[in-house]
Design a protein around this ligand. Structure first.
Ligand code: SF4
Ligand code: SF4
Length: 104
């Protein structure tokens, strides 16, 4: 089991989720975060820190979001770890200016 970030994260950038993760398993892509399934210890701490409710336990994912399990695995290998939230806690910061590479 692992936790999974889904499409509700796109453009969020609150990133408060990052600060509560004890194993730094969030990775930052151009327009959303991803969780490394090899590192996530299933502690559930990040779920309540995510205002858009983008984070799910993989076993609880609705069927139309199953693809995010594979996407998180792939993208967390591609993009770097984000160690700290950005900006003032609880307030969104500007989304990255990089072009989107969101897989469909
Ligand atoms: S709080 Fe949720 S939606 Fe925002 S960056 Fe973290 S995982 Fe993504
Ligand atoms: S469930 Fe725990 S270990 Fe997994 S991403 Fe969330 S805070 Fe990190």
């Amino acid at each position: 089991m692992a936790y999974v970030v889904t499409d509700e994260c796109v453009g969020c950038k609150y990133t408060d989720c990052v600060d509560v993760c004890p194993v730094s398993c969030f990775h930052e892509g151009p327009d959303m975060l991803y969780i490394n399934p090899e590192e996530c210890i299933d502690c559930n701490a990040c779920v309540s820190e995510c205002p858009p409710e983008a984070i799910w336990a993989d076993v609880d994912l609705p069927e139309d979001k199953f693809q995010w399990i594979e996407i998180n695995g792939e993208m967390s290998n591609k993009y770097p770890v984000i160690h700290e939230s950005r900006g003032t806690k609880g307030e969104p910061t500007e989304a990255s200016a990089e072009p989107s590479s969101q897989p469909s």
